[in-house]
Ligand binder design. Structure first.
Ligand code: NAP
Ligand code: ZN
Ligand code: ZN
Length: 364
């Protein structure tokens, strides 16, 4: 690894797009990545998905952001360099990095392959790495990460449409499994048909579950049923439709990114039904207790998934041909894409074509 001085010399020039303040406006940004350490994999980023969490973060909606902030945690690419002690990857491999790049590797969560719940988990961007540097995400040309936090993208998955699996995919797959909402014949509701929601429909269907989409957008109905494979579709503001579906669901995966009422959703659950909250709205949700008591219902949460489960999810996706439905965009469309994401105007995930459109010569 060499001395600190030597490592500085070996640092890699990197180029990305960063937000500089709470406006969230992204613009070109030059920075450096650490030299490839002995357990590190360095890869050229080919595509990066735009998660709604990127939007929350660039605008500091959760109050934890620091600037400059290079977002992006649905990163896929091709390995260009490996450290001397890397065991699982070689140059040329198709790989990805999701929401985290470090954890303590010794606590109970880490020991149980739940690095995502490690108190010292390091986020892919906006986190502080062991060497004290700030982590920068995948709206950039290269990534350096410890091989433990790298997943392999199976050959039959296209890199662009696989990218969103690194966050959206694992975020919905993990709670379907953990909360036992993966049993054939069960009925699961998916609230919010965006990036997370549309892959939740695909995973749940592949598990043999009956799926109902609950949406604020009536214009998504045809596609949800005919294209994504949902069994039925409820418009959450249509009280007649919601009333007719009362007490029919074993579970609900709630992916809504904004404040919304839980009461109507709880009414959809059968006794012992579970509602799993995945969205992190800027303002807190109100929890009505009475409908919880009546029917012993459960409200839970879930955050991404551990590295072992993330690879398992990707392999499951490869087996069942599950990828995201994407709109591939050039990097200089990113600010427009973010504006459209605010309005839920995307079918169903934006993915940035980094390799072909991010050129450091456009740096300012
Ligand atoms: P997205 O693509 O923007 O989808 C969110 C969907 O929620 C929208 O498409 C819309 O669906 C619905 N929605 C938006 N505003 C709404 C409102 N005011 N009331 C009701 N429904 C509304 O976002 P995403 O990338 O899927 O992320 C969703 C949320 O999950 C975000 O808060 C994100 O930060 C969070 N997240 C959490 C984790 C985790 O580990 N738990 C991981 C990733 C993301 P319809 O048009 O169908 O109504
Ligand atoms: Zn995400
Ligand atoms: Zn740990």
């Amino acid at each position: 690894m060499g001395t600190v001085e030597e490592q500085k010399v070996q640092q890699k020039k990197a180029f990305g797009w960063a937000a500089r303040d709470t406006s969230g406006f992204l613009s070109p940004f030059n920075f450096s990545r650490r030299a490839t350490g002995e357990k590190d994999v360095t890869f050229k980023v080919v595509y990066c998905g735009i998660c709604h969490s990127d939007l929350h973060m660039i605008k500091n909606e959760w109050g934890v952001s620091t600037y400059p902030l290079v977002p992006g945690h649905e990163i896929v690419g091709v390995v260009t360099e490996i450290g001397s002690k890397v065991e699982k990857f070689k140059v040329g491999d198709r790989v990805g990095v999701g929401c985290m790049v470090g954890s303590c590797r010794s606590c109970d969560s880490c020991a149980n392959n739940l690095e995502n719940y490690c108190p010292k988990m390091i986020l892919t961007y906006g986190g502080t790495y062991y060497d004290g540097t700030t982590t920068y995400g995948g709206y950039s040309d290269i990534v350096v990460a410890d091989e433990h936090f790298i997943v392999r993208i199976p050959d039959n998955l296209p890199l662009d449409a696989a990218a969103p699996l690194l966050c959206a995919g694992i975020t919905v797959y993990s709670p379907l499994r953990y909360y036992g909402l993966d049993k054939p014949g069960m009925h699961v509701g998916v609230v919010g048909l965006g990036g997370l929601g549309h892959v939740a429909v695909k995973f749940a269907k592949a598990m043999g579950v009956k799926v109902t989409v609950i949406s604020t957008s009536p214009n998504k109905k045809k596609e949800a049923i005919e294209h994504l494979g949902a069994d039925s579709f409820l418009v959450s503001r249509n009280q007649d439709e919601m009333q007719a579906a009362m007490s029919t669901m074993d579970g609900i995966i709630d992916t809504v990114s904004a404040q919304h009422p839980l009461m109507p959703l709880m009414g959809l659950l059968k006794s012992h039904g579970k509602i799993v909250l995945l969205g992190v709205s800027e303002k807190p949700l109100e929890l009505p207790v009475f409908p919880l008591l009546v029917g012993r219902k459960i409200v839970g949460g879930s955050a991404i998934g551990g590295m072992k489960e993330t690879q398992e999810m990707i392999n499951f996706a490869a087996k069942h041909n599950i990828t995201a439905d994407i709109e591939v965009i050039p990097i200089d469309y990113v600010n427009t894409a973010i504006e459209r994401l605010v309005k839920a105007d995307v079918r169903y995930r934006f993915v940035i074509d980094i390799a072909n459109t991010m050129k450091s010569s456009s740096s300012s």
